[in-house]
Design a protein around this ligand. Sequence first.
Ligand code: 2BA
Length: 107
Amino acid sequence: MKMVLGILNTDDAPSAMQALTKAGFFITKLSTTGGFLRAGNVTILVGVEDEKVQEVIDIIHEHAHSRTQLMPTTSEAGVGFFPTMPVQVRVGGATIFVLDVDQFLKF
Ligand code: 2BA
């Protein structure tokens, strides 16, 4: 068994989760924050049999789109911080990790 851990853009997560649920997968959604942009994203956990991993990845891929986001920056000028031009950052639609599961128990 595997655990597919997907970090999704907040805008893509609802349709990806709807498609995964429709396909019969069980999902847990976590509200998370990216360490770099400090913007909200969505992390989903999907526990699946090994042969279903690719189907989960394909569904997420179908619904995840990369986009550019603006990152506000500041500079220190000796008299305090002031805003400078925001930097464009290319953010992927989804970052996926596939982990081995030792045990899967439900009580
Ligand atoms: P953030 O950490 O907010 O990163 C947003 C985007 O900023 C990244 O997009 C990447 O384009 C850029 N970025 C991140 N860290 C950087 C760094 N140290 N130097 C330069 N640019 C950097 P993605 O790579 O598509 O990542 C989207 C989100 O997925 C990330 O949000 C983070 O929450 C998660 N993520 C990506 N890779 C990860 C990893 N190896 N481990 C844990 N989380 C990861």
